[in-house]
Design a protein around this ligand. Structure first.
Ligand SMILES: [Zn+2]
Length: 150
């Protein structure tokens, strides 16, 4: 296993600070791990929503995790272009969100993660985090959060 593959692997498995049910790889936040011209390793991340306050926490988590597996001097870069979209969430990530009770960001109306009904309504534009909206199911009456599609 190459150094870059190993770093990509451990960084990809870091839980999202706001949503520990999914990892940075699940969310598609981890964009690249490569050597810079002078040989040091650069980890490139694209934050999810620009309003999310988790960027500094993610940066610190990545730096500490990589250092813990023996790679010091890794640079963590944030890139905003191209902008992150919910399309980058992997299939596995969508399954984990649903299992956690959060409706994945499908383009159509969200289905209730508890009973699967698509008869749902939005209660609030902001859920547990700014990245989520609060919905309720009209069939089983359970409230749930939905990842906002962008
Ligand atoms: Zn329901």
């Amino acid at each position: 296993v190459s150094e870059l593959d190993q770093i990509r692997d451990v960084v990809g498995r870091i839980p999202d600070p706001e949503l520990p049910a999914v990892t940075l790889a699940d969310l598609g936040i981890l964009r690249g791990v490569e050597h810079a011209a002078d040989g040091h390793v650069v980890v490139t991340l694209t934050p999810t929503y620009s309003g999310c306050p988790a960027i500094d926490a993610i940066r610190a988590d990545v730096a500490r995790t990589v250092s813990d597996v023996g790679y010091g001097g890794v640079e963590v870069r944030m890139t905003l272009a191209p902008a992150w979209t919910t399309d980058w969430i992997t299939g596995e990530g969508r399954e984990k969100l649903r299992a956690y009770g959060i409706a994945p960001p499908d383009r159509s109306d969200p289905a209730c993660p508890q009973c699967g009904s698509s008869d749902t309504r939005e209660i609030s534009r902001f859920g547990s985090t700014p990245c989520q909206a609060h919905h309720a199911c009209n069939r089983c009456l359970e409230p749930f959060d939905r990842f906002k599609p962008i």
